[in-house]
Ligand binder design. Structure first.
Ligand SMILES: Nc1nc2c(c(=O)[nH]1)N[C@H]1C(S)=C(S)[C@@H](COP(=O)(O)O)O[C@H]1N2
Ligand SMILES: [Mo]
Length: 263
């Protein structure tokens, strides 16, 4: 299995290099390069038989994603996917600058939490300038500010059986509210406790805009864009995601994307 690793990592490295070249102007598209069904995407899918455990055994624990100087930010973060959710619940919290918003933390925790934006902002914050890579073939460098997810997990207390963090979102792909259409994502506790994994409420020095996931979205800097759930309603700690929606751990995973989208 580990024989696949150098190829996959080299390819991802080349894609990264291509992305860097193409992103000198900020957010530039090279659309189609990684579309679902094209050969590169298919290659990545096959290479993903390499498990995340094997990748981590090769890489060692918690490599940090590259952080950039402020001068690398050329334009705003390009909004993608849902950019203006219209579900009733979202429209309700959007009023009053999300004053009524509460992040729910539930599942395999000692103490379920319900945190307002002010409570999240009062926790120690982290600001990082990183590059967002979308599987559709564009990248963008932006500054993100938020609270480390590990701090929220520690506050709730994670039970020993916990394995994954599930992000439940407000946006639905067709404005019906079913498990099959609501955006969701999941990561394991290693990704969740990575120092650069933050629940972001700030973008480029401003409050996180609606287009980019207000009031709260996650940044998971080792992985691709679709993992980074926007419009987070709740965080659920689970031992398995097999029974959630299509059972593959995320909205796009249920439609064929890889669960582990890291390099
Ligand atoms: N809730 C939710 N989160 C989401 C999406 C979405 O449609 N809904 N799209 C994903 C994809 S594919 C990408 S590339 C990023 C885009 O984030 P941005 O709009 O801040 O650029 O959000 C990800 N998180
Ligand atoms: Mo994406």
């Amino acid at each position: 299995m580990s024989k696949i690793a150098p190829d996959r990592r080299r390819l991802l490295g080349q894609l990264g290099a291509a992305a860097s070249l193409l992103t000198l102007g900020g957010c530039d598209a090279f659309d189609g390069v990684l579309g679902v069904g094209d050969p590169v995407h298919n290659f990545l899918r096959k290479a993903n038989v390499l498990t995340r455990e094997a990748q981590r055994a090769i890489q060692g624990p918690a490599p940090m994603a590259r952080e950039y100087p402020a001068s690398a930010i050329r334009e705003g973060q390009r909004p993608n996917g849902s950019t203006d959710p219209q579900t009733d619940d979202y429209l309700a919290i959007q009023k009053d600058d999300f004053a009524g918003y509460r992040l729910q933390v539930t599942g395999l925790v000692d103490k379920p939490l319900s945190l307002s934006l002010n409570e999240l902002r009062a926790m120690p914050s982290r600001t990082q300038i990183t590059r967002h890579d979308c599987v559709e073939g564009w990248s963008c460098i932006a500054q993100w500010t938020g609270v480390q997810l590990s701090r929220v997990l520690d506050r709730a207390g994670i039970k020993p059986a916990a394995r994954y963090v599930v992000f439940r979102c407000y946006d639905s792909m067709d404005d019906t509210l079913s498990d099959q259409t609501l955006y969701y994502e999941s990561i394991d506790l290693i990704s969740a406790r990575h120092p650069q994994t933050i629940l972001a409420y700030g973008l480029n020095g401003q409050a996180l805009p609606i287009a980019n996931g207000a009031p709260l979205r996650v940044r998971i800097e080792q992985q691709l864009g679709y993992k980074m759930a926007k419009y987070i309603r709740a965080i659920e700690i689970v031992d398995s995601f097999a029974k959630i929606a299509g059972g593959n751990g995320g909205y796009w995973e249920d439609r064929g994307y890889d669960w582990y989208a890291g390099s």
